[in-house]
Design a protein around this ligand. Structure first.
Ligand SMILES: [Zn+2]
Length: 302
């Protein structure tokens, strides 16, 4: 029975991601869904959550992430999840230990910005570390469900190839987390609008890197980001539009005097010499050194 509800929860989450995108609002998860007339909630006030309908084993774990390099991201291809409190026998910790013994798949909600989560499932508890009051968690794919949910428990993953698969999936989850968290933090800093044209539809906004990802100063931090609509993101990346280190917009000269339709006129040329919209928090303003490197590239293309 509980197995079926877990599967229903995974399916429901999948639908929500289709509807809302990867980042889900907390309110949606608090309300959950109905299973045979009973409400199944997916997240609770504490990190470890067991809906009423379940006997003992939780359905999800959640963390709040307040930076790009959260300490829950261990280097060895796994996540570290802290016990609730310091008592290893608190019922929440006991519940997770039980999930480990029976290899029950869980959902991991990563808090990206306040009240918004990236959901990852299935995840498994693979180790209990009483010395550090934590569990080791890995992500897996839905193909593993068949094996671990519908068959009697066989314990921890036994062969090396399965271990390698989990390590691979877990590291791609980490990659996604970094990207999503960069996007959400940049959009939040700019109050969900394009820094060039004020367009406010999140579906049309990106977090643009000032210095591209992979370069020395290309860190996924807010001061290396600009919240830009799709067209302005592409125009900034390709040096059609530049931003001076004192936050002024410049349009490449040949484009500034080109004659074309309303998109060019109102969407690009009209930006010439205007000031970009900046975050309220000065600490989140674009880094002048990065802006200056990027601006010199813009000048070279002109
Ligand atoms: Zn724009």
């Amino acid at each position: 029975m509980e197995e079926q509800i877990r599967l229903a929860a995974f399916n429901w989450l999948k639908e929500q991601v289709t509807l809302h995108g990867d980042i889900l609002p907390r309110s949606l998860l608090v309300n959950g869904f109905h299973y045979n007339g009973e409400r199944v909630t997916l997240i609770g006030p504490q990190g470890i959550w067991k809906p009423k309908i379940f006997h003992k084993i939780p359905i999800s774990i959640a963390t709040v992430c307040d930076g790009p390099y959260d300490d829950s991201l261990a280097d060895d291809g796994s996540f570290i999840y802290r016990y609730r409190g310091t008592d290893p026998f608190h019922r929440d910790n006991v519940g997770l230990r039980e999930a480990m013994k029976k290899q029950i798949p869980l959902i991991y909600f990563f808090g990206i910005v306040p009240s918004k989560y990236l959901a990852v499932w299935p995840v498994y508890i693979v180790n209990d570390n009483p010395n550090t009051l934590s569990f080791t968690v890995v992500a897996d794919d839905m193909a593993s469900i068949q094996e671990h949910l519908l068959k009697p428990a066989t314990g921890i993953v036994s062969n090396e190839s399965e271990y390698a698969i989990r390590r691979y999936i877990t590291s791609s989850v980490k990659e996604r987390l970094h990207q999503k968290s960069f996007r959400e933090r940049v959009l939040l800093a700019y109050r969900q609008q394009c820094a060039f044209c004020r367009l406010k539809h999140a579906q049309l906004l990106d977090a643009a890197h000032i210095i591209p990802d992979g370069e020395e100063l290309g860190d996924p931090i807010v001061t290396n980001g600009l919240s830009l609509c799709k067209i302005h993101h592409a125009a900034y990346d390709t040096n059609i539009i530049g931003v001076t280190p004192d936050y002024r917009i410049e349009v490449r000269e040949d484009i500034l005097y080109e004659s074309d339709g309303p998109m060019l006129k109102h969407g690009i040329q009209a930006l010439q010499s205007t000031r970009i919209i900046l975050p309220r928090d000065k600490n989140a303003w674009p880094d002048k050194e990065r802006l200056s490197i990027k601006y010199s590239r813009f000048l070279q293309t002109g």
